[in-house]
Design a protein around this ligand. Structure first.
Ligand SMILES: *Cc1c(COP(=O)(O)O)cnc(C)c1O
Length: 418
């Protein structure tokens, strides 16, 4: 029998060649973008499955199309597993991605024009946390808190002052570029003082909460937690809204029919199998190792005199001030590391004097490298390579030597699913 991949090769050699190229790229480089990961082999199977053929508007037991025997089974499994893993009362697993999941929460629980207190994009928040260029930033009145200039951490006194002054309907924490943990108790106390709904966008660290390596906002009485499913959780591309029962009906109506049509049931099947994995000891060990690796890599870079925003990390990522450390802007640093197949991303740092496409730093994270089985000794090796590259961006001999070493190194770490 001809396999689906063989059919692709015959039908569309161009797309097939790009797919093979991407496979090779993922094998032969070290992925250090903190929001990326390698998903599980069984997730790749569900994504390429017949569930992609099916329309399932509605929710299990209440659909607008027939033939939902099996889609109901997988969506129910995904929801139940999400509730067990995140210790919450309700889960919606239909959001098509992270941005849609956040939009569904704002639009479902608030009215246009309402005030939301959230982290400023330039200090580590996400576009969907009210950046002026985003549609949500135009629709809602976002008040944005910044980090404190002394140590780069969230300034809870300032967050409280902002809350008392602006009386937000929602207090939102969570980040896309912030190397520290969140004090949920403080956020919850501030929100309670002004009667605001509490929301955490755990998109980056959802897998670390699932693996019990980082704190769970629900343990502190939070109302809503959102997370992407494809970052540290290692599932398919998608999003989930997790919440208390009292918000369940508003959230479900907001996702469908409020914001979306048919859910991607192939992705929902992928979320179900990911959440089964997340309940294993192996996944807990993985989540723990992501953090150990992150600390090890950060320490190695700092021993080599690199300057890290906040002076270290408590989570899966670090932000290197490459301008201060190496006299290189983030774009040049990213491009230099690209030459040796180490993938990072340029990143604005708090109060960055440089523009977003040529910012002062890069962001580095360990979820993908850890998924390939890399440990502490490997992180020290990576730290050495990164530091040497960024000290000698023009030195062809150094770049060539490290590129060769990275190639040999990668052969020791098979990519999951390939
Ligand atoms: C990645 C991310 C999102 C958006 O996810 P997409 O799937 O890219 O739409 C939302 N919030 C935070 C904090 C993120 O890091």
């Amino acid at each position: 029998m001809t396999s689906n991949l063989e059919i692709l090769q015959q039908q569309d050699p161009d797309v097939y060649a790009a797919l093979k190229g991407e496979e090779q790229r993922q094998k032969s480089g070290i992925e250090l973008i903190p929001s990326e990961n390698y998903t599980f082999p069984e997730v790749l199977s569900t994504l390429g499955s017949v569930f992609t053929n099916k329309y399932s508007e509605g929710y299990p037991g209440r659909r607008y199309y027939g033939g939902q025997e099996y889609t109901d089974q997988i969506e129910t499994l995904a929801r139940d597993r999400a509730k067990a893993v995140f210790k919450c009362e309700h889960a919606n697993v239909q959001p098509l991605s992270g941005s849609a999941m956040n939009q569904a929460v704002y639009l479902g629980l608030l009215e246009p024009g309402d005030t939301i207190l959230a982290m400023d994009l330039s200090h580590g928040g996400h576009l969907t946390h009210g950046a002026p260029v985003s549609h949500m930033g135009k629709l809602f009145n976002f008040v944005r808190y910044v980090t404190n200039p002394v140590d780069g951490s969230i300034d809870y006194d300032q967050v409280r002052k902002d809350a008392l002054e602006h009386k937000p309907k929602m207090v939102l924490c969570g980040y896309t570029s912030y190397p520290r943990d969140i004090d949920y108790a403080k956020f919850k106390a501030i929100a309670d003082e002004v009667g605001a709904i509490t929301m955490t966008d755990a998109s980056h660290f959802g897998g670390l909460v699932a693996g019990e390596a980082m704190a769970n906002p629900f343990d502190f009485g939070f109302d809503v937690v959102t997370t992407t499913t494809h970052k540290s959780l290692r599932g398919p591309r998608g999003g989930m809204v997790l919440c208390k029962k009292e918000f369940a009906s508003k959230i479900d109506k907001s996702v469908f029919p409020g914001l979306q049509g048919g859910p991607h049931m192939n992705a929902v099947a992928g979320i179900a199998v990911t959440l089964k994995r997340a309940q294993t000891q192996e996944f807990k060990d993985y989540a723990e190792q992501v953090l150990v690796n992150s600390k090890t890599l950060a320490n190695e870079l700092m021993q080599r005199q690199a300057s890290l925003v906040t002076g270290g990390t408590d989570n899966h990522m670090m932000v290197v001030d490459t301008m201060e450390s190496y006299g290189l802007d983030g774009r040049v640093a990213e491009e230099t590391l690209d030459k040796v197949n180490i993938t990072t991303n340029k990143q604005i740092i708090p109060d960055d004097p440089l523009p977003p496409l040529r910012p002062s730093g890069i962001r580095i994270g360990t979820p993908a490298a850890t998924a390939r089985g890399m440990g502490e000794a490997d992180m020290k090796q990576l730290g050495e390579w990164i530091d040497r590259c960024l000290r000698s961006p023009e030195d062809e001999a150094v770049i060539g030597e490290i590129q060769g070493a990275v190639e040999t190194f990668c052969k020791k770490f098979p990519v999951p699913g390939l």
